[in-house]
Ligand binder design. Structure first.
Ligand code: GLY
Ligand code: MN
Ligand code: MN
Length: 480
């Protein structure tokens, strides 16, 4: 068949849409078999989410709450970024469906929860072909609403049914991810809701700790996969891009994907805190900073950093910097236990850093003056935070107030990172030449236990000799 005949009438306008051609829409609507699809959830997801809803219900009695999974942002034209559901929404529902909305309405003794999910357009539905977001011709056979209700143990309605309830949502507390819905219905994007969710998410239950363990274990394996590619990245000039791609592929294969933008910084790039460009070479005798975390399919993420010698052996200067960071790291780790104030690990690690920099003649003032709130000269070489809560977000619980986070006592179930470092930039004129271009960070993920703490990422060594031995082993056994 030729289409030549349709060209002249449409010149100067868009090509006709197939959805506007009745013969086509009638044809594509029929003769499809039914494909049963069930939500693919990590075991335990529904039970954990139900318990989380109960905790939110108890924290906000009498309040109507609206939370949304959100919508993928536009990348260009009609292409969007890959969708990743809002963390608080996932914490409350276990559902990762784009555009889904949770409504919790108060009743005596708690809340009623309804999850609104965009219903897939099946063969015969108008949207089967014409809706590229939810038409099954485009996105494949998808779980239906009864399957979601079964899997999550929650009442599920089509998203289209929410419009009938919009007047009830006036004045409701809405999460930030539900901002556009809130604007439409007169709900309030509520700092109190965000803060409450942030505080509630701070103590992980056993299932969440299990998810974080899985994410960390997958990340540790990812570090090995990356280190095994270092010789090839050097020999073939593939550079930081290859190692970034290696980790991201590993994360996608064994989890949902990287939990944040992977950092691969070789040599002079290692001191650059957010080196996510990853477009440089792997410098053969330089230190290589790897900050990489697998996000599990439940969306809980690891956040781990090691700095390895690309050659397998640190130079003297690299080793001395690594040793100082290790001492600070150990000082910080020693203060992670119940009853200790969150920030204490930070001050302990900073003391070690300031003293070490002083001993190297790099502080223009005394250690005490540097450590005083009005000093902070040592922070020139460590200008970032050195830890944070970890969970569904890499910087979890960020909406909590000081007294609930920085100034709060640690309790069992908290998971946090400890990540001191030293960042000696290539163009920092305060430094002797041998230190310029060295960046070292050690980052572990730590669970506060009943009596102390457990380093979840302890399978990766933190001492320079251990890091060298670990690295040499990987350099000698490349990936197949
Ligand atoms: N990778 C982000 C962080 O360490 O906080
Ligand atoms: Mn971190
Ligand atoms: Mn990190």
């Amino acid at each position: 068949m030729t289409e030549t005949g349709i060209r002249p009438p449409y010149a100067g306008s868009r090509y006709p849409r197939l959805a506007q051609i009745p013969a086509f829409t009638e044809c594509i609507a029929r003769d499809w078999d039914t494909v049963p699809v069930f939500p693919d959830l990590v075991a335990g997801t529904a039970e954990a989410a139900a318990a989380h809803r109960d905790r939110l219900s108890a924290a906000l009695p009498g309040r109507t709450v609206v939370a949304s999974a959100g919508t993928a942002p536009v990348r260009n034209d009609d292409s969007n970024y890959g969708f990743r559901a809002d963390s608080s929404f996932v914490w409350l529902t276990g559902c990762q469906s784009e555009d889904a909305v949770l409504v919790m309405t108060p009743r005596a003794g708690g809340h009623d929860a309804v999850l609104y999910i965009p219903a897939p357009f099946r063969p015969g539905d108008d949207g089967f072909f014409s809706n590229a977001a939810h038409g099954e011709l485009w996105v494949g056979p998808s779980a239906g609403l009864p399957e979601w209700a079964d899997a999550l143990g929650i009442a599920v309605q089509p998203l289209s049914a929410l419009s009938a309830r919009e007047s009830e949502l006036r004045g409701a507390f809405a999460s930030r991810a539900a901002a556009s819905l809130a604007a439409r219905v007169g709900a309030e994007v509520s700092d109190e809701l965000e803060r409450t969710l942030s505080n509630l998410r701070m103590v992980k239950d056993d299932w969440e700790v299990g998810q974080l363990r899985d994410a960390v274990d997958a990340s540790v394996a990812g570090f090995a996969a990356v280190a095994r590619e270092v010789p090839r990245a050097i020999a073939e000039g593939l550079g930081e891009r290859w190692l970034q791609g290696t980790f991201d592929r590993h994360a996608r294969t064994f989890g949902n994907g990287p939990g944040y933008s992977t950092i691969v910084g070789s040599g002079g790039h290692a001191p650059i805190l957010h080196w996510v460009r990853c477009d440089g070479p792997i410098v053969p005798h330089a230190a290589l900073l790897l900050d990489m975390g697998v996000e599990a399919r439940s969306l809980y993420t690891a956040d781990v950093t090691r700095t390895i010698p690309a050659s397998g052996t640190f130079s003297t200067a690299q080793r001395e910097v690594h040793d100082l960071v290790e001492r600070a790291h150990r000082a910080g780790l020693a203060l992670i236990r119940p009853g200790v104030e969150y920030l204490d690990f930070h001050f302990a690690a900073m003391e070690v850093i300031a003293q070490g920099l002083h001993d190297w003649g790099l502080l223009p003032v005394s250690v005490d003056e540097a450590l005083s709130p009005q000093g902070q000269h040592h922070r020139r070489y460590l200008a970032c935070g050195i830890g944070h809560h970890l969970g569904l977000d890499v910087h979890d619980c960020s909406q909590s107030h000081y007294e609930d986070y920085m100034g709060a006592d640690l309790v069992p179930g908290v998971v946090m990172t400890v990540e001191p470092g030293l960042y000696f930039h290539q163009h920092d004129l305060t430094l002797p030449p041998e230190l310029r271009g060295i960046g070292v960070r050690l980052e572990d993920d730590v669970l506060v236990t009943a009596r102390g703490s457990e380093v979840l990422s302890a399978a990766l060594p933190i001492d320079a000799a251990g890091v060298e031995a670990w690295t040499l082993d990987k350099l000698e056994t490349p990936n197949r």
